[in-house]
Design a binder for this molecule. Structure first.
Ligand code: GLC
Length: 385
């Protein structure tokens, strides 16, 4: 679960509102005093995350607007010293720990509020001050909240790796948090890639995590009604598992800290599905060549392949191009499925007329050999399966 929360939630027009509407700093700053989130809102997020089958959370500790959701000795522009009157990062960490979820901190290097945030690109004194400030805040984050699992940087505008002194900064992070993993947005590749709003595996066996929204916005935006369906999210999970990655699915809480009901419903429905089919996602991340099919797609664990059928065709389901002998076919509850296999055409018979699970029904196939599905464009049965 990704959480985008900050002053911008009060305006309700995404987290880039300060930049997109050219709101002057002194006007935007007033949002720091009017923000009065309810106590321990994070507890509801963590419960929802757990219910949804998430294993970790990543919260914005400071977004591009520059407002720190944590108490700091380096700036008063922070949640403890302004409107909220509390350290919201501490609340988040407490809530995540209560649910036994791993903890990630999102931190935007870009800062629209700090006077040196843009000037640092052209003025060495400003750069020195701003980099010291940045490393100082990162140090506070890595020191004051116990064990962290993920450092999730964002937006390294306007400096480059040398300018940010990213190597030094990340060495400090690892020294303070020896088991942490770090994303690739401080300009260095570090531990994992972060495809955003698309699901694409990283080259070279690198770890990766796709971050996605449930509508089209990260920050709370009630005028954005373009909600995804739970079925689409289940499809994303299948796709990230097949590519050996993770999914970081966003919530954009209201200023009070409530999760929009449409988002909560998606998380809950996906959670119900995962409670049943979790093993076909979490543990099924072995690679397998496969091609597009109308009716679904695969994940794999060793010799077991899981066909996630999201468009149920009725009593018979045919899969072309599977180049392995199928030894057994069954529903995920263990019920056997009759099948015939003629060369690379597999047909499952006597299925229910209606989809057993509307989000995606998983059919488990035991196969021999290295699992592989390959169709090509021709239309001849391939005997050499
Ligand atoms: C982009 C956006 C930012 C959002 C992030 C999430 O970098 O600038 O608003 O937080 O993506 O990955």
């Amino acid at each position: 679960m990704f959480i985008h929360w900050g002053l911008y939630a009060q305006l309700g027009r995404q987290e880039w509102v300060m930049n997109r509407e050219r709101i002057p700093v002194d006007e935007y700053e007033k949002l720091a005093d009017t923000w009065k989130p309810k106590p321990m809102a994070a507890r509801d997020w963590a419960k929802l995350a757990k219910e949804a089958g998430c294993r970790y959370m990543v919260m914005t500790t400071k977004h591009h607007e520059g407002f720190c959701l944590f108490d700091s000795e380096l700036t008063d522009y922070n949640a403890a010293k302004c409107g909220p009157g509390r350290d919201l990062v501490a609340e988040y960490v407490e809530a995540a720990r209560e649910q036994d979820l791993r903890i990630g901190f999102y931190y935007s290097l870009m800062d629209w509020h700090h006077p040196d945030g843009a000037r640092c690109a052209k003025d060495e004194d400003a750069r020195r001050r701003f980099v010291d400030y940045t490393h100082g805040l990162v140090r506070e984050l890595c020191t004051n909240y116990g064990k962290l699992d993920i450092m999730w940087y964002d937006m390294n505008w306007p400096l480059d790796v040398e300018g940010w002194e990213s190597e030094k900064m990340n060495a400090m992070v690892r020294e303070l948090q020896p088991e942490i993993i770090i994303n690739n947005r401080s300009g260095l590749p570090e531990d994992f890639g972060t495809p955003e709003q698309h699901i694409t595996a990283e080259e070279g066996n690198r770890m990766w995590e796709a971050c996605m929204t449930t509508n089209d916005s990260w920050g709370y935006t009630p005028i954005d009604k373009n909600w995804k369906t739970a079925g689409e999210v289940v499809g994303m999970l299948r796709q990230v598992a097949a590519g050996g990655g993770n999914l970081l699915l966003n919530i954009g809480p209201t200023p009070e800290g409530d999760v929009p009901p449409e988002t909560a419903a998606i998380f809950q429905q996906v959670g119900k599905w995962l409670a049943k089919y979790g093993p076909t996602i979490y543990d099924a991340t072995d690679p397998m060549p496969q091609e597009y099919l109308t009716t679904g797609a695969f994940t794999r664990k060793g010799q077991t392949i899981y066909f996630h059928c999201n468009r149920w065709p009725g009593k018979e389901l045919a899969i072309g191009g599977l180049r392995n002998e199928v030894l057994a076919a069954r529903f995920f509850d263990g019920k056997q499925i009759e099948f015939t296999q003629q060369a690379d055409r597999l047909v499952l018979h006597s299925l229910p007329a209606e989809a057993p699970d509307p989000l995606a029904t998983v059919i488990e196939l035991e196969v021999s050999g290295e699992p592989r599905q390959e169709l090509g464009a021709g239309c001849v049965l391939l005997d050499e399966i």
